[in-house]
Design a protein around this ligand. Structure first.
Ligand code: RIB
Length: 305
């Protein structure tokens, strides 16, 4: 069982020729709604890949609340731990330019009331996984990770978006997933990708560094691997990282070996870029399996010298 503690948002998508510079107004013909929020995106991606997923978060007692709940349920996620809040539902304004690049503003709203106590009734233990991100209060994430780890669960933290954390905050984390910017914020400097992943790994912690169209690198106690990206023509890269994280968590929770789990996550993330919206392009396990052969091989890294 995979439990996701995190954010859920209504994404308001603006398709623009190019992203505005500071102070600039850019027009587009209309906007559209999409399901979003890093936590909910990851939960939906994992469920589509076949994992049994419970999502704990909060939606507002507004018009978006039932719509957001229904979107998760349609993806196959158990929403019994999704609570209501007096604050408005989390809302993101997302500008996507023709190249597929984006810029995102998030009004956190109900996500600010997500509480680790929402997991009080969850029986964490070996064979269970907790997955967290950074769009809810940090103290709640840290409390949940510590509790799940103490109970013997696998703990995964996608440290996105970047926030400053102390080094010991990573102690209860089995799998840390970051992109280049988040890794640099953690380390305090930029470094070459493999060196970055090695610096953030630990004796009991695997670091997965995502590299966009260059794939990802994972280094940890069980080994090191470089996984390429599936070549695609991106329509929208919003949430590609979320799909990668959710698919990877599903694979690990389901007992896949690291190279297989990484390969499936990489294919799923690339496929998610082929449609507009964070979740519209998320594939299921069969669709990923059908495109796995097009992924260049996962390569084992030489042990550090
Ligand atoms: O990672 C993409 C997500 O970030 C969007 O769905 C948006 O809601 C923000 O949380």
């Amino acid at each position: 069982m995979l439990v996701v503690l995190g954010s859920i948002n209504a994404d308001l998508l603006f398709r623009v020729a190019r992203l505005p510079r500071p102070g600039e107004t850019v027009l587009c013909p209309s906007w559209s709604f999409a399901h979003g929020g890093k936590g909910a995106n990851q939960a939906a991606a994992a469920a589509r890949m076949g994992a049994r997923v419970r999502f704990a978060g909060r939606v507002g007692a507004d018009a978006w609340g039932p719509i957001l709940r229904q979107g998760l349920e349609e993806a196959g996620v158990d929403t019994s731990l999704l609570a209501d809040s007096a604050k408005p539902s989390g809302t993101a304004v997302i500008a996507v330019e023709d190249s597929g690049e984006n810029a995102i503003l998030v009004a956190s709203g109900a996500n600010l009331e997500v509480d680790a106590e929402q997991l009080a009734g969850v029986a964490f233990g070996p064979g269970t996984t907790l997955l967290c991100q950074n769009e809810i209060p940090l103290a709640q994430t840290l409390a949940a990770l510590a509790r799940a780890r103490a109970a013997g669960a696998r703990t995964i933290w996608n440290l996105a978006p970047a926030v400053a954390v102390s080094a010991d905050a990573l102690d209860p984390v089995d799998v840390l997933i970051v992109n280049r910017g988040e890794a640099a914020a953690l380390l305090g400097h930029e470094a070459e990708p493999e060196a970055t992943a090695r610096a953030l790994a630990g004796p009991a912690r695997t670091c997965v560094l995502t590299l966009g169209r260059e794939g990802a690198i994972a280094v940890g106690p069980e080994g090191g691997w470089r996984v390429p990206a599936l070549p695609v023509v991106p329509v929208d890269t919003t949430g590609a990282g979320d799909t990668f994280v959710g698919a990877l968590a599903a694979g690990l929770d389901g007992g896949l070996a690291w190279p297989e789990a990484l390969a499936r996550a990489s294919v799923a993330a690339a496929m998610a870029c082929e449609r507009l919206g964070a979740r519209e392009g998320q594939p299921n396990a069969e669709a990923v399996a059908a495109r796995l052969a097009a992924l260049p091989p996962v390569r084992a890294l030489e042990p550090a010298g």
